[in-house]
Each structure stands twice: as C-alpha cells, then as structure tokens.
Design a protein around this ligand. Structure first.
Ligand SMILES: [Zn+2]
Ligand SMILES: [Zn+2]
Length: 627
C-alpha cells in the first residue's frame, strides 16, 4: 500500500502527479520513486506524458477508500478522452486495456499517435503564476499537452514549451522561463484560440454514445454536398487541398500540418481511412472547414442523443450547466458544472445525479424522487470528492486553530465527515506536519523513517549512494531529533571503506550489475526511438547509476568492453533508423542530403556515403508517382 499520494489537481496529468510525488517524498532516485509507487523499478525514459501505461499496478497499491480507480485515472489524468471520440469501438477497448495492463510503451506507436511533440512539455505562464498562489506549487495540465493546442483558453495567451529531458524533467517555474520562438499575428492567435476551444470540447464527447462511423458518414455527406467527392466516390484531393490551404492560410504551417499538393497528403488519409487513428486536431480542422466549428458539426449527432437522454421525468435536474456547491470556490452557487451523470433506481423510484465540477474538483450527488418537489436548488446528498481547493482551505483552518464548529459551518461538511478526511490526510505527512502533533502521527512517522534509514544504509553498503547522502537525508535528521534512542543505536555508523569490503560482496555486486547490463544491452534500441550509441556514458545514463559504482567490477567491465559500439556500426544503425523514419513521411521521396542533415553531418566520409546511397536505392527501386 502507498501511504501517501498527492491530491490530484484539476486536469493534471498522471506524469505530473508522479513528479510531485517524487519531490514531496524527497526520493533520491527515480528508481526509489517507482518502487514506492509500482512495487518495482522502471525506466523514467519510458514514462509517457500522453499515454501512461501500467495503470493497474499503480491503482492496485492505493487504499480502496481513496476511491481512485483505473477509469478515474484514464478519464481525468491522461489525454485519452480527447482521442476516444475518433476511435473505433475495438480500438477504444484495446487502448484502455494496454494503458492499464501493458508492460511496454509501444502504445503510442501501435495506435499511430507517435509525434515529436511527446518530447515537449507545454505550459501557460499565467496558469503557473496562479498555481503558485493557490497551491504553492505548479503542475502540468493535460489539455495543454494535446497536440494542436497552442493557446491557453483561460488566459488566451500562447503556451510556452520546453524539451522533455530524458532523465530529469522539470515542472515549469516562472523564474526559469524559456523563450517562445513562435511569432504569430493577432489573427493567427485568434484562430489558434478557436481551435483550442474546439479541442477542449472533445473531452466531453465520449460520454455520448455515437460511433466513429457516424462521424465518417457525416464527412461523406458534407464532402459530396460540396462537390469534393464525385458520384463514383472518388475524392478530388487536389481541389480540396487547394481550398483547405486557402481557408486556413499560414495557420497550417504554425501547426506543422501543411497540406501539400501530392496524391496522398494527410487530409486524403484522414478522409479515406475510417478505421485508422488520427490526431484529434486533424479532425477538428476538417470539421471547421466543413461546418464552421466542432459544435456545429456535432449538433445533429448530439441533439439526437440528448432527446433520448432527457425526456420528461428522466431529466429531473433540468438543463445544464448546473450549480457548483463548493463553498470555498469563487464560483460557489454558480452554474459552472457541465458534467452530469444520471442513474436510475427504478425499484425505489429514485434518480441520482452525480455533478462533477471540472474547475475545482468538487463532486457531489443529488437524488430525486417522484413525490418530491424540486424547489431547493442547492440541495445535495453526499460529496464524493472535495477537491484540492477545498482541502487546502481545511488545512488552513486546522492550522489556524479554528473551532470544529466553525469549520463545519464554513466548509459545509458534517463533523464525522471532517474526521474521515483528517484521517485520510494525516497519511500525507507533508501537509499535516505543522499542526498534527498527535501521537499516532509520530508513531507512524517514526516507523516509516526508520525503514527509510535502514534502506539507505543498505544502499550505501551496496554502493548505490554515498555516505553523505545518508547523513544529509531528512529522515535521518528527523529521527535524530524525535527518536534519539533508536538513532544513537544505529548511529554513528561508519561507511565501510572499499578495501574492507569482502570478496563475496564484490562478487555479488559484479553479478548484479552484469545481469542488469546484459539485460540492458540485449534490449538496446528496441524501443523504436532514435538510436543512441552503446557507449560507457550512455550505459551509465540508462542505468541511472554512476559509472564509478561498477567500472571496477571485473566481469561487468569485461562485458561492457566487449559490447561497446564502434562509430561506424552506430552510424549504420542510425542511418537505417533515419531512412525508416523519413519513409513514413510518404509525401515525397527523400535524398541522401536529407539523411545527412538528420545525422547531422556536413561532409560525410566515403564509407558512409556509399552506405546511404545503397540504402536509398533498395528503398526506392522504381519510380515514384508525383503530381
Ligand atoms: Zn493559462
Ligand atoms: Zn466548482
């Protein structure tokens, strides 16, 4: 069981929650963080922002009363809801299954959602500033990571971005800003904002039960009406491409989605391949081109669904948006909730609605029986989630020694409700450290920190960390103050010198690293990403361990030496990969020059030139059709 997990902020990615967990718990290595969260270690390089996987393993380690399920994570903390409306029923099932249970990270490639953008992290500087005031920390919003979203819809300013580093990735800070290299006109910004708002709308669509085929039926009808598809069903790619370019102008370049005048551009692929997966932004662009907006496009499809859903007594809660009843939120008793799910208990004649506020995370239920009159607009039954804003206010009030009766009144919660929440929050020692002086808390913390220190000592003995890392760890210092008896028994302990280490210990470490490195090299380059050379530096980086901890071990060292990659071999491997990558961009034939530019190299040596030219010849034996 995980004793602590940060409260999930509105629209936060799982990636970001894990990052904050790493920071809050003061983990020294990512290994340690992943072991705490998943029960085993995994490489941080494979932690995807857009489509995380192994969600089941994580959820299984949460206490049940937290109410965090796999579906909750999929729906609230991943980009999936933006993609779902455009997937077939089978693909929807499959991608959910893989994200929950898969042990590899090929999900993105498998569903055709590979993009260079997954290496970038987007954020809005204004949102960050506000976060720091509200939460004293900031986080990554998933909406800002959706490909095609370049503007914050709340603040209407351009998003900024930075490169996702392989090993350590930072949450944005206002001090550490990077320059925006996007310079665009006001008109372009307005278009980007409209597009972003359309994309934002997508996440609510999957709760309606239309299927992908109905979207394509509508495309077909509209394209025929406008004369882009003739009576034989043939698409006039050239005409629609020209009109499309004229309609959007330079914005397609800004989005990096130019429609070239060739036979098979992305627009053609989107229109023709129903079963394949396409980025949501592409659908949005086509919908706006055909109908003006996403809203407009879905109007018929949705109004049809709505009629079935909301008729007579089936819709006792009226039309949305509905009231948010979070007394702490600035929008208290305002109609800001767009998400309502209704359940019928026909045997009891009761209808229960669950109202989910996406702005503050407050989720409450409200029941309705036939006999009752719905005069009290602000009635609620239970609160399922209080959300971060509410919880923060509770902590403040506890810190400032408010009386319980004041708290129950201001926060609109029962006495037993507060007790339940405090019990849950007290597992989060970070937020309660300042006021919770109860014995139970100390007991728990002492046990936990003793365990941490024992682990640290163990790791130090194995050479994973240095003695000074043990000495400066907060757990060790805290115990010195609060648990002096135990501490003085365990400390002062001295770090063993290398020479004192027994032969057996060295053998064990040698075997351990030999195993890990063998495994690493066997799987080297199988991730499909741009190849990196098998070098000492890269091995140490992949392991996340300093080279000094294993380079003196005889067998390990011999193995590494035998497996280092020569420059020439590496270049061949790289060229293979680059060619494969360029070929996917089927819109034009690429040249040797394109390959050199990607390596990058200015004047290639003869052996490399020969290899590249041979390679291209085998890829394009015949002529290639061009407009
Ligand atoms: Zn913003
Ligand atoms: Zn709210």
């Amino acid at each position: 069981m995980i004793p602590y997990f940060p409260s999930i902020y509105p629209d936060e990615t799982l990636y970001s929650v894990i990052y904050r967990f790493h920071v809050h718990t003061g983990s020294i290595t990512w290994d340690q963080t992943f072991i705490q969260l998943y029960g085993y270690s995994q490489s941080v390089t494979t932690c995807s922002i857009n489509f995380p996987y192994r969600i089941s393993d994580l959820v299984a380690r949460f206490p049940q009363n937290w109410g965090i399920s796999e579906d909750y994570i999929l729906e609230k903390c991943t980009l999936l809801p933006f993609y779902l409306p455009f997937m077939t029923v089978e693909n929807k099932k499959e991608i959910k299954r893989l994200m929950c249970g898969s042990t590899n990270h090929f999900i993105v490639a498998k569903f055709g959602f590979a993009s260079n953008d997954d290496t970038k992290i987007y954020y809005c500087p204004k949102c960050v500033e506000e976060d720091l005031v509200t939460y004293h920390e900031t986080y990554l919003r998933r909406f800002h990571q959706v490909p095609g979203v370049l503007v914050c819809t709340q603040h209407e300013i351009l998003l900024e971005s930075y490169q996702k580093k392989l090993k350590i990735t930072f949450i944005p800070s206002v001090q550490n800003r990077e320059k925006v290299n996007l310079t665009i006109t006001n008109e372009e910004k307005q278009t980007l904002l409209d597009l972003a708002k359309d994309i934002e709308r997508l996440q609510t669509l999957d709760s309606y039960s239309f299927v992908l085929e109905s979207i394509y039926e509508k495309y077909d009808k509209l394209l025929r009406d406008k004369g882009y598809i003739d009576k034989n069903g043939i698409v006039n790619v050239r005409q629609i491409s020209i009109d499309f370019n004229q309609f959007y102008g330079s914005i397609l370049q800004v989005l990096n989605l130019p429609v070239k005048l060739v036979k098979k551009n992305w627009l053609h692929n989107l229109i023709k391949s129903v079963g394949l997966n396409h980025f949501p932004i592409r659908h949005v662009l086509l919908m706006r081109f055909l109908c003006g907006s996403v809203e407009e496009f879905f109007q018929e499809l949705l109004s049809h669904e709505k009629e079935e859903e909301m008729t007579g007594e089936e819709a006792p809660f009226g039309d949305g948006p509905w009231y948010c009843l979070n007394p702490v939120a600035s929008h208290y008793k305002q109609r800001v909730i767009h998400s309502l799910s209704v359940r019928h208990y026909s045997d009891r004649g009761v209808v229960v609605g669950t109202f989910d506020c996406r702005e503050c995370g407050y989720v409450y239920t409200r029941s309705y029986t036939n006999s009752e009159n719905a005069s009290d607009e602000y009635k609620k039954n239970t609160v399922k989630h209080f959300g971060p804003i509410w919880e923060k206010r509770l902590l403040e009030m506890l810190n400032e020694n408010y009386k319980i009766v004041q708290i129950t009144r201001e926060l609109d919660v029962s006495y037993s409700g507060i007790r339940r929440i405090i019990k849950r929050l007290s597992k989060d020692s970070n937020s309660l450290r300042t006021y919770d002086r109860e014995k139970t808390y100390y007991k728990e913390r002492i046990l936990r920190d003793r365990q941490i220190v024992e682990d640290l000592i163990q790791k130090e003995k194995l050479g994973f960390i240095t003695f000074s890392q043990v000495k400066t760890h907060t757990a060790q210092r805290w115990l010195k103050v609060h648990d002096f008896d135990w501490w003085s028994q365990r400390f002062p302990y001295k770090a063993k010198k290398n020479s004192e280490k027994s032969k057996r210990e060295i053998e064990e470490r040698d075997n351990y690293f030999l195993n890990r490195i063998t495994h690493l090299i066997e799987n080297w380059g199988k991730d499909g990403l741009r190849p990196i050379r098998i070098s000492r530096k890269n091995i140490s980086q992949e392991l996340g361990v300093r080279a000094t901890t294993y380079e003196k071990l005889p067998n390990t060292n011999k193995f590494i030496k035998a497996n280092l990659e020569k420059n020439r071999d590496y270049k061949f491997r790289l060229v293979d990969w680059i060619c494969e990558d360029l070929r996917k961009d089927s819109e034009r034939v690429f040249t040797a020059q394109d390959v050199y530019r990607k390596i990058p190299i200015k004047v290639p040596e003869k052996w490399l030139r020969q290899y590249v030219e041979e390679k291209i010849k085998t890829l394009y034996p015949g002529d290639y059709f061009h407009y």
